[in-house]
Each structure stands twice: as C-alpha cells, then as structure tokens.
Design a protein around this ligand. Structure first.
Ligand SMILES: [Zn+2]
Length: 124
C-alpha cells in the first residue's frame, strides 16, 4: 500500500484513506500557504536548502571532511544551485555553504564536503 504524505509537513498520514493532513493544524497551514504565492515560493526554496543540508549531513556522517563524487551528491538530491553563502579562499577556491556545511568542487568529479568551521579555520 502506498503511504500517503501530509500535504503540509510531508510526514506519513495515518487514518482514513481520504485523509490528506496529519491534523487541523496542518490543514490550516497548508491552506494558508497555498493562498500565498510569496510564501509558497519561499517554502519551496527553503525545502531545497533543507534537503541540501540533509544530503551534506548524511554524506559527512561523523567525519569532519569527506571527498565524495558529484554523482553521489546528485543522486541523493543535492541541488547545486541553492546554497546559503559563498566563501573564496586566498587560493581562489570557492566554498559553497549550506548552513553549517560547505562543499568545495575539487575538479569535475570530486567534491570536498566539510563542516563550515573546518573551512573557516583552514582558510581564514
Ligand atoms: Zn502534517
């Protein structure tokens, strides 16, 4: 059976088969957002950023830095067009921040993923 996801928060919905939200709170939240184009635009971008953050956090695991392939990040859903900031090192390398994580394209194929603190300490 296909799991139904709450239209507002994306969590699995339990209960009647026509139920589309967890509860009234989620239904109201969804309707409010739906009626507001700027909000839904902001929400979509926030969702991409949150997904990017989750992907970086997952590939990094407990490591402080990790080299991974671009394909691996892409296959996990990282969208390289969305980040929260950039940082150029003295050597001209550009780190792309996603909240407390950052990634640095090393070449066509490999990408260095770090926690932001590492990048700042190593390259300030
Ligand atoms: Zn919900």
């Amino acid at each position: 059976m296909k799991k139904r996801m709450c239209l507002a928060c994306g969590e699995p919905v339990v209960g009647r088969s026509d139920k589309r939200y967890c509860d009234d709170g989620c239904r109201n939240a969804y309707n409010n957002q739906k009626n507001s184009i700027p909000n839904s635009f902001v929400r979509k971008i926030n969702d991409v950023l949150k997904r990017n953050r989750r992907v970086l956090s997952e590939v990094l695991g407990k490591e402080k830095m990790q080299k991974v392939s671009r394909d691996k990040l892409l296959s996990r859903g990282l969208d390289f067009e969305f980040f929260t900031g950039q940082f150029m090192t003295a050597r001209g390398q550009i780190y792309f921040f996603v909240y407390e994580y950052a990634y640095l394209p090393l070449d066509e194929e490999r990408i260095l993923v770090v926690r932001q603190k590492i990048a700042e300490e190593r390259y300030k």
